[in-house]
Ligand binder design. Structure first.
Ligand code: ADP
Length: 293
């Protein structure tokens, strides 16, 4: 199982260069596509899902060009878009039945599959309730069940945790991690905590480009020994933010305790702090990265 993205660009009709010369190979586990809003994540996922075509470059699944042969991708793909259109009056089972029919799954096979999937996503108890009464997290789980109907080798989930509360977010993360055991899962997000404990690899996008691909551990290593904490007077936070990527600012009796990345000790009172993935991510995206290798 291998998705090969080679020098892919996508420029929209209005001239927006959403994806710029991205090369990436995705072959196992849970891959986190991380980047701020507007970075091009959703466009890249739509290219992979063969919903849109690249302006340049090639995308291949196990060697087959998926722009020329989209059916090759669609057969093995499960795609969870940002907005899954659902009919509020249908029950979870009715909706999945309907989607299975659209996907051409024969009736008996569909019923067995839906039953299994309702277990996988933890919605067996809610199967006969209408979708209109579902929480955001439950709706996303229906979306995942729908994306899994064809037992895909590649599951692509575009910002699936948007709008979920913290408990739902954790539950959803666990579900995706489980699903990545026997398929490739590509998950896009702008929230570091969605991928820090779960992703085997990270691809970080910024302004249409791939800023880096790395394991989370290797990314953290890039800022190890360059993370500091110190207290600044309340009015001085803004200039510190201008100078350093600040990942945390918390109240302190003497002002604000900042946690930031800096190549050298930024203040006489600054003490070394433990590096996090958030530090590494913010340093990578900052305009003046503290000399990351
Ligand atoms: P992300 O998913 O990282 O937020 P997107 O791929 O949605 O990024 O967007 C990347 C850029 O492309 C943004 O500037 C966005 O406004 C633009 N964009 C997205 N879709 C379209 C479209 N259909 N037409 C024109 N521009 C678009």
């Amino acid at each position: 199982m291998e998705l090969h993205i080679d020098n892919v660009s996508k420029t929209y009709a209005d001239g927006t260069r959403a994806v710029r010369d991205v090369s990436l190979t995705v072959s196992e586990g849970l891959v986190g596509l991380l980047g701020p809003n507007g970075a091009g994540k959703s466009t890249l996922m739509q290219l992979i899902a063969t919903i849109t075509k690249p302006t340049a470059g090639t995308l291949r699944w196990n060697g087959t060009d998926i722009v020329d042969h989209p059916a090759t991708m669609r057969r093995v793909l499960g795609y969870l878009p940002q907005d899954v259109g659902m009919y509020p009056e249908l029950t979870a089972t009715e909706f999945l039945d309907y989607m299975a029919a659209l996907k051409g799954l024969p009736g008996d096979a569909a019923r067995t599959r839906i039953d299994t999937l309702l277990d996988v996503v933890g919605l067996q108890d809610a199967r006969d309730r209408s979708l209109g009464g579902f929480s955001g997290g439950m709706r996303q789980r229906v979306g995942i069940a729908c994306a899994l109907l064809n037992d895909p080798d590649l599951l692509v989930a575009d910002e699936p945790t948007v709008g979920l509360d913290p408990a739902e977010r954790v539950r959803f993360r666990t579900l995706l991690t489980d699903l990545a055991e026997d398929r490739v899962v590509l998950l896009s997000t702008h929230i570091v905590s969605d991928v820090e404990a779960t992703a085997t690899r990270l691809a970080i996008m910024d302004d249409g480009r791939l800023a880096t691909t790395s394991s989370p551990e290797a990314l953290i290593d890039r800022v190890r020994d360059r993370v500091w904490e110190w207290v600044v007077p309340r009015g001085e936070l803004s200039p510190v933010r201008d100078r350093y990527p600040v990942t945390k600012a918390t109240r302190d009796p003497n002002g604000v305790r900042v946690h930031a990345v800096a190549a050298q000790q930024p203040d006489a009172d600054a003490s070394p702090a433990e590096a996090t993935l958030e530090d590494a991510y913010l340093a990578l995206l900052s305009d003046s990265p503290p000399s990351l290798s």
